[in-house]
Write a protein that binds this ligand. Sequence first.
Ligand code: DX5
Ligand code: ZN
Length: 214
Amino acid sequence: MAFISASILNSDFSRLNDEINRCKESGIEWLHLDVMDGHFVDTITFGSNVIASLRKTTDMFFDAHLMVTNPDKQIPFFIQAGCDNITIHVESDCNVRDSLFAIKESGIKCGISLKPDTPCEDIYPLLDIVDIVLVMTVEPGYGGQGFIERCADKVADIKNEIDSRKLDTLIQVDGGINSQTAKLCRKKGAEILVSGTYLFRSDDMKQAALSLLE
Ligand code: DX5
Ligand code: ZN
């Protein structure tokens, strides 16, 4: 049963509390927190101190997506800040396996993400550890980009691998997710839908959220 993780990247940061409440009132339970270091991707967003402040304001599930070059150094801060899941990139410059274990050993969920041009096979050796595979359907770094069609096929390939190994790993898609692309990705096996611009730019977020799951 698919569900939504709302990305705040393109929300109004001057009214973040209201924007988070808007998600909650729309029946959305996961908040997707795009952490960018200006090195792994060009953009700089926010760090663990912002997340620690937000943690005090809501009980939503904090789904952190670390687009940072050295997540191994950052992970303790994001665990401390109260994240419920931490996803790192397989392209990061660290021992990815050890970093995933460090997240898992703290008792929260862990995810691995791959960029559009990264082959699915690169994350197969990590499927035994992770709770989530985050398939990027845009080049990481910005919200509001167009969905990359070929990434939907990666969802299907990873789903086949997960099923063949009888794992219960969830597939998450991220970037350009709207009512049409959500339907395509769900058909291919995605269960967690990250959506930012489509939700926050909508006049009726509740209706927009429902349209992602129809
Ligand atoms: C991009 C981020 C995405 C993005 C989603 O690097 O990982 O989570 O904010 O953006 P939309 O839904 O606006 O395409
Ligand atoms: Zn993201």
